[in-house]
Design a protein around this ligand. Sequence first.
Ligand code: GRF
Length: 242
Amino acid sequence: MSSQFCFCAKDRLLIATNKNGRINFLILKSYNFATVKKLRMKQIAIFSSGAGSNAKKIIEGPLSPDIYRDSPEGGDLRVPPYNVSLIVCNKPEAGVLKIAAENNIPVLLIEKEKFFRGNGYIDELKAMGIDLIVLAGFLWKIPVALIKAYPGKMINIHPALLPKYGGKGMYGNFVHETVIANKEKESGISIHYVNEVYDNGQIILQATCLVSEDDTPESLAKKVQLLEHRHFPAAVALLATL
Ligand code: GRF
């Protein structure tokens, strides 16, 4: 198998998608980045315009022993793989702004005109030393210039198993309503690179949950959100080590 990345350490195995298609991530118990040499902490900007529950989990991620990586020199030095240094938001009333304030993280409130007709705030992001962009509930389409400024460094999470149930208008409960209406037996999450087409970039990680006959869009949303919170910080940590 030619996987894009694959770490094996003791009883832990972590496999990402291969270049030709997707395979489900297999994560056993924990993460170990002992083989990774680059230790500079990556600076992350989270783009979010909603409640920000995923942003909160990602912000807290570096505090979790599960996603720390060991120093190549050994000893007690433990290095968090990333730091969330900016929240980018287009809605002044979004819940994520409270989460940013609680964590003392600067916010960049963006305007439509500048985002779409300017350069997508590239100058501001670069000036702030942003290495990796994480879309977590950000509904505006990302301008091509911004995607090109962060090649392989911009990811999104989608609350369904892409390539099904993605694309324009497929967000929030619309996704879960459609999954249930189509009598799917399973749903889940897809974490993928961002390209010029909505929900179309290469898939990095998928995790699944069962859809039962008595699931409502709300109950399914809860199952999917559990998966998001469990896997998204780890995926961000992994990408921060590449
Ligand atoms: C998540 O369901 C995510 O999959 C989607 O937007 C939602 C964001 O939720 N892209 P939250 O704001 O992180 O709670």
